[in-house]
Design a protein around this ligand. Structure first.
Ligand code: AMP
Ligand code: MG
Length: 414
C-alpha cells in the first residue's frame, strides 16, 4: 500500500493528470442537434460567405448617397417596398429610394440605408433631414461575419449553442466529432446500498454514484454504471478488470485511505501504474491516479475518496480536466472571482482548502461570499446549498471577515 506517501501539491497533481491522458481516437458524424457538448474532430471550412449578400441592418430606406451632400436635406421618391427574403429586380436611380426591411439584400445602385425613424415620410416620398444619414450607413457587407474558404471552427472546439448556430449559418448539416469517452463508475463499501430498497442497520445509501453520474454526463461523457462493489478484494479486482476492458477511464470512490477494509489502494498498486496517491488538499486528500495497461489497452483510473463532498471537489478540480482532454478539447481554466468574504474561515496552513460558499450581491451591487457553515466532507447538504467553492491556497492562513478570497462559481460548472 503506497497511500502514505507524502501528498502532492494541487498544481503538480493537475499537471501530471494533463500529461498522462490522451484524447479518444474514434470519430463519428452526428447531425447538428446531436452535436451539443461534443468536440469537433476536424476543423470546419466555410463554403459560403455569411452573410451571403450585402443587406440592410435596419428597417429603413435604401438609396445611393454617391455625390450627395448629406449635410443638406434630401427628398427621394419611394419606388417600392422590399422584404427580407426577396430581391429588388429594378434599378434604383439617383433621387429614388426603396423601402427596405432588415436582412433584405441591398438593391443594385444603393450604398446606404437610412433608418426609418430618421426620415419624414410622405405619400410616395421621403425626406431625409440634414445630417440624418451618411454614406454606407446600416449595410451589413457580404462575408463580414465569415468568408468562404475561411476556417470557421477549429478541431478541438467544444460545441456550445453558439457554435451550433454558427455551423447552421454556414449550411453545415452534420459535424464530425470525437466519440464520447466511456467512464466506468463503481462505489466500494460494505455499508453502501442502492436507492429503492430499505436501509439495514449500519447501512447508508450510495450517493456518490449519483453525483458522479450527473457530473460526468453533464460534461458530455458516457457513464458505464457498475454499481456497488463489496469490500472484497477479489470482487474489486474483478471490477477493475471488467472496467478496464470496456472504458477509457475508471472512477471509483472509497477504499483509498488506510482503514482495514480499504482494499482499492492495494489492488491498484498491483494492477495499475500509479502516478500518485495523495493530494495536499482538503477535502480530498486520499485521491489516487494512474493507468491500467492490459492487452495493449490503456485505461486511466481515478481512486477518489469515499466522502461525498470530497468526491465532488476532486472531480471538479482534477477529473474534469482529464475528461475534457479525453474528449479532445483543452479545458478552459475555471473562472475565478476575487470577492470579499463575510464569514471567518478557519484554515490549516500548508494545504489547499476548498470550502463551500454562497456568493451573493450586496446592497452596493458587489459580489460577496459567506460560508455554508460546517465543512464536514460528508455533508452533501452543504454542497447542495453552496453556489461556489472558496479556494484557500496552501500558503494562506485563516480568513477574517472583510478579507478578499478567490471563488469558483458553480454556474456552468455543476
Ligand atoms: P472510505 O474512504 O471508503 O473509508 O469512505 C469514507 C467515508 O465515505 C465513509 O464514511 C463512507 O461510508 C463514505 N462513503 C464511501 N462511499 C460512499 C458512497 N458511495 N456514498 C456515500 N458515502 C460514501
Ligand atoms: Mg470504504
Amino acid at each position: 500500500m503506497k497511500n502514505n506517501t507524502s501528498p502532492l501539491p494541487v498544481d503538480q497533481a493537475r499537471r501530471i493528470i494533463s500529461e498522462a491522458v490522451t484524447a479518444v481516437k474514434e470519430v463519428e458524424t452526428v447531425v447538428l442537434k446531436e452535436a451539443l457538448f461534443r468536440v469537433l474532430a476536424e476543423g470546419v471550412t466555410a463554403l459560403i460567405d455569411v452573410p451571403a449578400h450585402d443587406n440592410a441592418a435596419m428597417d429603413g430606406y435604401a438609396f445611393s448617397a454617391e455625390g450627395m451632400d448629406m449635410g443638406q436635406p434630401h427628398t427621394l421618391k419611394t419606388i417600392g417596398p422590399l422584404l427580407a427574403g426577396y430581391r429588388f429586380e429594378g434599378m434604383v436611380s439617383p433621387g429614388e429610394c426603396v423601402q427596405i426591411m432588415t436582412g433584405a439584400p441591398v438593391p443594385t445602385g444603393c450604398d446606404t440605408v437610412v433608418q426609418q425613424e430618421n426620415v419624414d415620410v410622405q405619400e410616395g416620398f421621403i425626406t431625409i433631414p440634414a445630417g440624418n444619414a451618411s454614406k454606407g450607413d446600416n449595410i451589413r457587407l457580404r462575408g463580414e461575419d465569415i468568408r468562404a474558404g475561411e476556417n470557421a471552427l477549429k478541431a478541438g472546439t467544444l460545441l456550445r449553442p453558439a457554435h451550433l448556430g454558427l455551423l447552421a449559418s454556414l449550411g453545415v448539416e452534420k459535424a464530425v466529432v470525437r466519440r464520447r469517452p466511456k467512464v466506468a463508475v463503481f462505489s466500494t463499501g460494505d455499508e453502501l446500498y442502492p436507492v429503492g430498497g430499505p436501509l439495514p442497520p449500519g447501512g447508508i445509501y450510495d450517493s456518490n454514484r449519483y453525483a458522479l453520474d450527473g457530473m460526468i454526463r453533464r460534461l458530455g461523457c458516457e457513464v458505464i454504471d457498475m454499481g456497488v462493489i463489496r469490500d472484497d478484494p477479489a470482487k474489486i479486482r474483478a471490477a477493475f478488470a471488467e472496467a478496464a476492458s470496456q472504458a477509457d477511464v475508471i472512477i471509483t470512490t472509497g477504499g483509498v485511505s488506510v482503514g482495514v477494509a480499504d482494499y482499492t489502494g492495494q489492488i491498484l498498486s498491483d494492477m495499475a501504474d500509479m502516478a500518485f496517491w495523495n493530494i495536499n488538499m482538503r477535502p480530498g486528500r486520499p485521491m489516487a491516479f494512474g493507468r491500467i495497461i492490459s492487452d495493449g489497452k490503456e485505461t486511466a483510473v481515478f481512486g477518489l475518496p469515499g466522502n461525498p463532498v470530497a468526491v465532488m471537489t476532486t472531480f471538479y478540480f482534477f477529473v474534469r480536466d482529464a475528461l475534457f482532454y479525453m474528449m479532445g478539447t483543452r479545458p478552459a481554466p475555471l473562472p475565478r472571482l476575487r470577492v470579499s468574504c463575510l464569514s471567518p474561515l478557519s484554515k490549516r496552513r500548508g494545504r489547499t482548502e476548498f470550502q463551500r460558499g454562497i456568493l451573493s450581491l450586496n446592497e452596493q451591487g458587489e459580489w460577496v461570499v459567506r460560508t455554508t457553515g460546517e465543512q464536514g466532507s460528508g455533508m452533501l447538504s452543504s454542497m447542495a446549498r453552496a453556489n461556489c467553492i472558496i479556494i484557500l491556497p496552501a500558503d494562506g492562513e485563516a480568513v477574517t471577515p472583510g478579507e478578499t478570497v478567490e471563488v469558483v462559481p458553480f454556474e456552468g460548472l455543476v
